[in-house]
Design a protein around this ligand. Structure first.
Ligand code: PLP
Length: 421
């Protein structure tokens, strides 16, 4: 094979995805956005004591719930608030512990601090990058109230095992689905397996309205209470007035999301098909492996495509150099995963004045107290990720991924320092 592209050679392809793009429905986004404007009803504050009163927000709420096979869905301000509201609706707060994976966006854990509970950071499964059910079991105490599995990057967490653990220990399960719009576990959509599920519609996500979020639940009582929590605690359909804040979304966001959902209806199965083809391409290459895919995953849509890199199989070639070389061969950017939360420069709740409630609380929320070797190994070089745009790559082009990895493997010595060749 010719010289590596990163060293000035000819790349395997100028672009792995070629001309392929996941289709959008900008026409519908615009149509619903204008429709929301024209109705003059721009928020969902007090609309309807019954579900389905017909606002744009409620239209999206119904359609998104149905698409995710959830009984109820409540659009809210963002994914962080969706997590916070889920904890609040379950009356989780001071004195409680919530088990969270150490590899996730900081919001999963910071939402727990936002209700004055303690996030218990546990390690992830090295094969899926999602929360390790065995680690969950080891961290359950008499104070544990909930588990928040995050369906991270390119896999859903092992939900059957997590639900079994939750049943045994009488814990709540809140699925963080910010990475996994459109994914399915058996006959259920992500977010409808646990007691609650949360989504983010922030700009980088598979579905977006610029900002936004949603909470899914299967229980009517939780739904109505959530609905009250969303609107400053006002009484909604017989719920008692409660103390809360403003977590409402605008009808404009809901309109855009309706258009995004129309695209997702088509794209979800395409993403799954293309993702599987990329997995096969990775499996056919030396020194790398796709993350383990549970047989229970019937559709995987991913915020980021991810696979596992074995540095030893490349004679110690650092992941950083491997990713750079791969990016150059395929015209697609490859990167790493989130910083593990115990070493994160963003997740530092113990430095925030509002959390200085007591010495013991500050100690409990200090993330440095946790050891997360698997998260660290993934961050340190075991994981390779690429933006979800790569899922537009049709199966006919996936072989370029095999070719590029094989080429780097064959030329690996050229990327090593002279002393190690
Ligand atoms: C896994 C995960 N959970 C929660 C969130 C929070 O969502 P938002 O940014 O909408 O608040 C994000 C956003 O990046 C996320 O990636």
């Amino acid at each position: 094979m010719s010289k590596l592209a990163v060293l000035g050679g000819k790349p395997i392809t100028r672009s792995l995805v070629g001309d392929a793009r996941l289709p959008k429905r900008g026409d519908l986004e615009r149509k619903y956005l204008l429709k929301a404007y024209d109705t003059g009803c721009w928020d969902d504050r007090v609309l309807g004591a019954t579900q389905g009163a017909g606002s744009m927000g409620e239209k999206f709420e119904h359609q998104w719930a149905r698409f995710c096979s959830s009984k109820y869905c409540l659009p809210v301000t963002n994914g962080t608030h969706a997590l916070q509201m889920s904890l609040e609706v379950l009356e989780i707060g001071a004195g409680d512990e919530v088990i969270v994976p150490g590899l996730t966006w900081q919001a999963t854990a910071s939402a727990v601090c936002d209700v004055n509970a303690v996030p218990i950071l546990v390690d992830v499964d090295p094969q899926t990058m999602c929360i390790d059910p065995e680690a969950v079991k080891r961290h359950i105490t008499s104070r544990t109230r909930a588990i928040i599995p995050v369906h991270l990057y390119h896999r859903l967490a092992e939900m059957d095992q997590i639900m079994r653990i939750a049943r045994k220990h009488k814990l709540w399960v809140i699925e963080d689905c910010a990475h996994t719009h459109g994914s399915r576990w058996g006959k259920k959509g992500a977010g409808s397996i646990g007691h609650l599920g949360t989504y983010s519609f922030q700009m980088s996500k598979l579905m977006t309205a610029g900002e936004g979020g949603a909470v899914m639940t299967q229980k009517a009582s939780l739904y109505w209470k959530l609905r009250s929590l969303r609107t400053c605690g006002r009484a909604v359909k017989g719920t008692a007035r409660i103390h809360s804040g403003n977590f409402r979304v605008t009808s404009f966001q809901a309109g855009v999301l309706l258009g995004q959902l129309a695209a997702m209806r088509k794209n979800a199965s395409v993403m799954d098909r293309n993702g599987r083809a990329l997995d096969r391409a990775v499996a056919a290459a030396p020194g790398v492996a796709p993350p383990r895919r549970s047989k229970r995953i019937t559709r995987q849509c991913s915020y980021a495509y991810a696979f596992l890199y074995d540095k030893d199989a490349f004679d110690g070639l650092p992941a950083l150099k491997f990713r750079k070389a791969l990016s150059a061969e395929l015209g697609v950017k490859f990167g790493s995963v989130y910083e593990p939360l115990n070493r994160s420069s963003l997740y530092r709740p113990h430095t925030k004045k509002r959390h200085q409630l007591s010495k013991s609380y500050l100690k409990a929320i200090n993330p440095a107290r946790w050891k997360l070797p698997v998260c660290q190994a993934l961050f340190g070089g075991r994981a390779v990720t690429s933006d979800w745009a790569i899922l537009a790559c049709p199966p006919s082009r996936a072989r370029y991924l095999t070719d590029a990895i094989t080429k780097i493997h064959e030329h690996r010595k050229e990327l090593l320092p002279a002393s190690r060749r």
